[in-house]
Design a protein around this ligand. Structure first.
Ligand SMILES: Nc1ncnc2c1ncn2[C@@H]1O[C@H](COP(=O)(O)OP(=O)(O)OP(=O)(O)O)[C@@H](O)[C@H]1O
Ligand SMILES: [Mg+2]
Length: 228
């Protein structure tokens, strides 16, 4: 089932007198329970697309529907609610609060959310059983990233957006984090979107989206290739 439908999304950034067309007519669907992987050269618009899907940035034109609700028409408070209730974010550098334990980092992010997953339960699910009281500096990079994934998943988001989640990890740990993300998509029916530079991961995708110069160059879903 399609969770997100984006149609003809454009994002133009104006810096001084110069317009940068970061996204130039992107249309795509993101599906529940699937891993969508976005690849493309630096500057091709991957982060811009992720930020717009997550309600952190607004398109210059085009439409984005999530569960039939138009994101680009939401008010600021609607967008805040959308980000808080429907979207989980995972970034390259984890962004854990250093003075809070693993469990506290997870708990604080799902405050005010209806029936969040218990931090201990999600830590165990992510292979971090018994690490509730560990501070970020006591964890490895891969472990910190798994806490960050737990933090994002604890509120049971419909959409999990990950921008270079393995960018700071060695390849073995990166593979483990990717496996964790894929399992989460498939077991919790979350729509997981992962931006990566690593071509080695494209085989993990249920849907592969290749961006070039702000446009979709290729989409491969269930071994079916569609070109724009
Ligand atoms: N806030 C901004 N203001 C001005 N230009 C921006 C802004 N954000 C992105 N851009 C420009 O939009 C284009 C796309 O940027 P984006 O960050 O989406 O690329 P990317 O594919 O994520 O690249 P990378 O792989 O290096 O992270 C680039 O030319 C970038 O300079
Ligand atoms: Mg980027």
């Amino acid at each position: 089932m399609s969770l997100i439908s984006a149609r003809d999304v454009q994002r133009v950034y104006r810096t001084g007198n110069i317009d940068v067309r970061a996204l130039d007519g992107v249309s795509l669907d993101i599906h529940n329970g699937e891993v969508s992987i976005i690849v493309g050269p630096s500057g091709s618009g991957k982060s811009t697309l992720l930020n717009i899907l997550g309600g952190m940035d607004q398109p210059t034109s085009g439409t984005i529907e999530c569960n039939g609700v138009r994101i680009e028409e939401m008010t600021n408070s609607g967008l805040t609610r959308y980000r808080r209730e429907s979207v989980g974010f995972v970034f390259q550098f984890y962004n854990l609060i250093p003075t809070l334990t693993a469990a506290e980092n997870i708990g604080i992010a799902s405050r005010g959310v209806e029936s969040p997953i218990d931090p201990s339960q999600i830590l165990a699910q992510l292979g971090l059983e018994g690490r509730e009281s560990s501070f970020p500096h006591e964890l490895s990079g891969g472990q910190m990233q798994r806490v960050a994934i737990g933090r994002a998943l604890a509120k049971r988001p419909a959409l999990l957006l990950c921008d270079e989640p393995t960018g700071a990890l060695d390849s073995v740990t990166g593979d483990e984090v990717m496996a964790t993300l894929c399992e989460s998509a498939h077991t919790s029916n979350t729509a997981v979107v992962i931006v990566t530079h690593n071509e080695g991961y494209v085989g993990l995708a249920d849907q592969l989206i290749r961006l070039r110069d702000g446009r979709i160059a290729e989409v491969v879903r269930n071994n079916v290739v569609s070109l724009p």
